[in-house]
Each structure stands twice: as structure tokens, then as C-alpha cells.
Design a binder for this molecule. Sequence first.
Ligand code: NAP
Length: 304
Amino acid sequence: MEAIVYEEFGGPGVLHLARLDAPRPGPGQVRVAVRAAGVNPLDHKIRSGAMEPVFPTALPATPGAEFSGVVEEAGEGVTAFAPGDEVLGWSATGSYAAEALAEESSLAPKPPDLSWAQAAALPVATDTASRVLDELALAEGETLLLHGASGGVGSVAVQLAVARGATVIGTASPANHDFLRVLGAVPVAYGSGLVERVRELAPQGVDAVFDVSGRGALPESIELRGGTTDRIVTIADGDAAELGVAFSSGGGGPSAGRLAENARLAASGELRVEVSRSFPLADARSAHEASEAGHVRGKMVLLP
Ligand SMILES: NC(=O)c1ccc[n+]([C@@H]2O[C@H](COP(=O)([O-])OP(=O)(O)OC[C@H]3O[C@@H](n4cnc5c(N)ncnc54)[C@H](OP(=O)(O)O)[C@@H]3O)[C@@H](O)[C@H]2O)c1
């Protein structure tokens, strides 16, 4: 099978297409023919070697956490899925490949009305957004400040927060403000003067802050929360510990039940999944360059 592989940590140039033996499923696993693979910033962070202290990666490696595809083979003891089933979920072997293994427990059925690309874009974004909104205990009638609202996680978090009855003030560059309005957020530009702009939009203050972006907005967030770090969660800012802010890392593992529910919402149109760019699998390098540039709207996918 074809797969993207890297033998050393480094820039996007270390990624190349290779021919590998198809993986065989162990007990509790299935082998899936990948139809689309979601691209996440974590993929390039791991590829660069920056995540070695946290997630050591054995080389050679195939990137990619999430995918959609068709089950080809079920391992011993698998009961929920059989060959021919259309699924989405988390890959155990790297999703930038024609075939990948997954634990049965990390898959959900793909609703027929959901495209392969949209399905592959769902697992990481929806799981992360749902988890953090729960951690923030965001409730109806509250105001959430969301840093990085137009990207993969942010665009989903806006919609799930609005569905809870919250008002969402979302940061993005002006080019993405109409997109945020369509998702249901009140857009605001990030950067210098943010505290004043948010105060103008929410004179009563913000009840919670979800920092998706991780680009240095925690001090302003604390100021906007009246000096407390309570109900501020970041998923990407390395200064969190120093500032006493909670960092959510998803250590409890993904939830297939939550994924199935979010897939149902996406298929029915209640959750918009924005896939702004797709690339052939062989061009994973371009996808990583775009991801590292940091201005992707919604998600990108690779198509084997
Ligand atoms: N801890 C976890 O469990 C977890 C899970 C998933 C992701 N993450 C991390 O969370 C981060 C976001 O992931 P993602 O997939 O949503 O990323 P992404 O899709 O690559 O985010 C891109 C978005 O960031 C926006 N952006 C760029 N500079 C910004 C700034 N200074 N302030 C606010 N927004 C800015 C861009 O908007 P404009 O184009 O309008 O500038 C773009 O829409 C990554 O660092 C990722 O590794 C962590």
C-alpha cells in the first residue's frame, strides 16, 4: 500500500510517499481502507520532533490521527464492525496511508449523508471542542470568549457552544469574520487592543475562555475574567502552567459515543464541517506547509 513516511524529524520535506506492507489487525482492531485523512497541527508538531518530550515517536513513522474509510478486515474479538462497514475515527497506525488500523473502540459508523472528507475532519475537532466545553461547564445564557474560532477546533466549538445557548465572541482575522457570523459567533479581531474590543462587545464580562489558538492571549484572557484563571482552558499555549491556567490535553482518550453523536449532527446539517482544502495523499508536504502557516479555515484533508 501507499503511505506517507518520515525517517527523521524535520521540516515538511522529510515527508515522502512510500510503499509499505498493509498492516494486519490484532485482537480488537480493524483494518480500514482510508478514503480521507484529516490534517491536524499536532501532525506537523510531531513530525518536527517538538513533541518528543511528550509523545515519543518511533521512526520511521506515518503521520495522521483521524480518518474515514471502509472496514476491510476485522481482528479477533471484534463485534461492532465487519468488512464493508463505512466508519470514521482515530487511527492506531497513522492515517496518511491507503490502509490503517484502528481499535474497534475508537470508531463510529459513518452516516451515509456525510462525505468522506467531512467525516475524516470530525474526530479530533469535535472530541476536543466537546471535551473542553464540558471542562468549562459552559451553560445557557453565558458568554464564551474563544481564541482561534475559525480553525478546525474553533469552528466546531463555536457551533457546539451556541447550541448550548451561549453567546460566543470568537477571535479571527477580519477575512474570517463573515464565516464566524455564519457559524453563530460575534467576531472580533485578535491582536493588540483585544481587551478593549471584547469589553465593548461584552460590558458584563465573559464567563469562560476557551483558548484554541495558543498564541499568547492568556494574559488578556485573565484580565477579561477579572484577574482570575478560573474557567479559562487552553489546548495549545505552552505558558499555561506558568500562568496557572488549565491545559486540556485529552489524556482520558477519545469517545466513540461522542463521535457518533457529532457525526449524526454533521450529517443532518446541524453541525457545519468546513473542509476548506484537500490534497492528494502524495502531497502531504503541501498540507503540512499550509497547516504550519497557521491560517487554515476549518480543516484540510488528504485523499489517498
Ligand atoms: N490539547 C488538545 O487536546 C488539542 C487538540 C486539538 C488541537 N490542539 C491544538 O490546538 C491548536 C489549534 O488547532 P486547530 O486544528 O484548530 O488549528 P488550525 O485549524 O490550524 O487553526 C488555524 C486557525 O487559527 C487562526 N489563527 C491564526 N493566528 C491566530 C491568532 N493569533 N489568534 C487567534 N486565531 C488565530 C486562523 O485564523 P485566521 O486565518 O483568521 O488568522 C485559523 O483559522 C493547535 O495548536 C493544535 O495542535 C490541541
